[in-house]
Design a protein around this ligand. Structure first.
Ligand SMILES: [Zn+2]
Length: 111
């Protein structure tokens, strides 16, 4: 995969973030809150790509079990049943969610 530059922009507060990926899930935080941007493009930006902004929801669950890896849960707003991230910290849960989304995208490419 070649490296391309893409500028993500929040349409509400105009916050901008430059990313060097043209395909995948990326965390995007601005004054409005936390979002996940799903960038769906080809190997380079010449063919264009679509960027979808989804609101990121995280919850501190802390279940009554000895392991702490399910303390935090992350998902996209309105998509609780599709992709779920778990972790012992909020950060880990978000990373887990991003991986989950990306693995689903790769599965779509193969299919
Ligand atoms: Zn914003």
């Amino acid at each position: 995969m070649s490296v391309g530059y893409l500028t993500l922009t929040c349409h509400r507060c105009d916050f901008q973030k430059e990313v060097t990926r043209v395909r995948g899930a990326q965390r995007f935080s601005c004054n409005c809150g936390d979002f996940v941007t799903i960038i769906d493009g080809n190997d380079d930006l010449r063919g264009g790509c679509t960027v979808t902004y989804k609101r990121l929801v995280t919850e501190n669950i802390v279940p009554p079990i000895p392991v702490r890896q399910f303390d935090w849960r992350a998902h996209l707003d309105g998509e609780e049943g599709r992709s779920m991230g778990w972790g012992s910290t909020r950060h880990d849960a978000i990373l887990d969610l991003l991986c989950e989304i990306e693995s689903r995208m790769d599965a779509c490419v193969v299919a």
